[in-house]
Design a protein around this ligand. Structure first.
Ligand SMILES: [Zn+2]
Length: 422
């Protein structure tokens, strides 16, 4: 990684922290069920918290090198960013997870958890974790560790889970028990042969329900480089993300029609064929998204903050791609027909050029222009200055990193971001 690039990343991240309140992921987890890296669902990582601003707290994934960096801790933001950048630099240069995570110990109060299918997993700095290992005879070992460095060595099946309660969480005081119970559950599921992507869904379910550290956040599939992106992260600054133990969408088991909440509340049966709809909770939506079946698609929505639009658009796009593949004209057509039938309210029609498809990363961006603008064909203008785009573009192309801070593209976030800069 070049010095220039690091400087640019720092610039972007520092600009961010100037306008964003402190947030600290209180649940970080990395699970490795196939340390050979061959199972496309054999390694996963994720974060969530009771706290706000979970888009910045922080999962960074390298598509090229199959690692994730999760962070948190009570320390000041600036040293945390320093620790993240140092960790990235080490990993890009081929360091083990243990070497990279120990970078956190040079920065006060910071936690860095990192890992990948073949490099093992490790956590450094300020943490309360269980390290889970499962040997080839099915023997589960669950070991607590607090602070310094804890490691799941390369080549071993297992996991590391960090959990603390956020101040103000009504379920404050549950972290210690839930951390242990969840670690044991992870061990049993690894022993029983579940893939990491399934197990992480159960972790999100248990921790959100039993410990109240419930707001996304999100997860990444480290073996196949699939991310939940901004599905669950907050769409505005200084807000909480989606509660991971609540309904996220409803789907028709017969034809695949689906609708996101809150719009889905109005539907009990499928409007196409009358079948009873199935409710999908956020933790299941997370698993569906990051599980590699060759069908997972990450969808990002820009240019509207009308309620329910993101969730419903995501469902429409996923359905459209399943039916017709990555076809911008078909996706636009499917979105527009749902505007016509009243499922999407408060957005204007889209055209094929408003659909940004990156087929090799199975990602689709939908650019809405809000209705008051009185335009039928919104122009392709990103809600960002070209300099910021440059930085982000460089990070993606040069490093193959996906930053969840990309949620910044959402116009609502950008609006408050720009306001506060003035
Ligand atoms: Zn149906």
């Amino acid at each position: 990684m070049s010095y220039n690039l690091l400087k640019r990343i720092m610039l972007l991240l520092i600009t961010l922290i100037m306008v964003v309140n402190t947030s600290a992921a209180t649940m970080n987890v990395i699970i490795i069920t196939d340390p050979t890296g061959q199972d496309p669902n054999g390694a996963a990582a994720g974060s969530m918290s009771f706290a706000e601003n979970m888009f910045q707290s922080t999962f960074i994934m390298s598509k090229e090198n199959n690692f994730a960096v999760l962070s948190g801790g009570e320390g000041n933001q600036t040293p945390r960013l320093g620790a993240i950048v140092r960790t990235l630099e080490l990993l890009e240069n081929g360091a083990t997870a243990a070497d990279a995570a120990s970078a956190a110990n040079s920065f006060s109060g910071i936690r860095i958890m990192t890992g990948g299918p073949t490099i093992g997993a490790a956590v450094g700095g300020s943490f309360d974790v269980y390290v889970v290992t499962v040997d080839n005879n099915g023997t589960i070992t669950v070991t607590p560790a607090s602070g310094g460095l804890a490691v799941l060595p390369p080549g071993e099946k297992g996991a590391i889970i960090h959990l603390r309660n956020t101040h103000g969480n009504p379920q404050y005081g549950t972290a210690e028990r839930v951390r242990q119970e969840t670690a044991v559950m992870i061990g049993k599921m690894i022993r029983d042969g579940y893939p990491a992507t399934d197990i992480i869904g159960e972790v999100f379910k248990e921790v959100s329900t039993d410990a109240g550290e419930k707001y996304g956040g999100g997860a990444v599939n480290l073996a196949s480089s699939i991310t939940t992106g901004d599905m669950f992260t907050p769409s505005d600054l200084n807000e909480t993300g989606f509660p991971m133990n609540e309904p996220y969408s409803k789907v028709c088991p017969t034809c695949g029609w689906s609708s996101g909440y809150s719009g889905a509340e109005d539907f009990k049966t499928c409007p196409l064929d009358g079948t009873d709809l199935k409710t999908i909770y956020a933790y299941d939506a997370l698993v569906n998204t990051i599980t590699s079946t060759g069908e997972g698609i990450s969808v990002s929505i820009y240019g509207t903050d009308a309620p329910g639009i993101s969730e419903t658009t995501r469902e429409i796009v996923q359905y459209s791609v399943k039916q017709n593949g990555f076809n911008a004209a078909k996706i636009a057509q499917d979105i527009n027909s749902n505007i016509n039938n009243g499922l999407l309210v408060g957005v204007n029609y889209v055209e094929a050029k408003d659909i940004n498809i990156r087929e090799n990363s199975r990602a689709v961006g939908v650019y809405y222009k809000a209705l008051p603008d009185k335009r039928t064909s919104p122009p392709w203008d990103l809600p960002l200055s070209s300099s910021v785009l440059n930085i982000v573009g460089n990070m993606q192309t040069a490093l193959g990193l996906i930053l969840v801070v990309l949620v910044l593209f959402r116009s609502t976030l950008l609006t408050s971001f720009m306001k506060k800069r003035r």
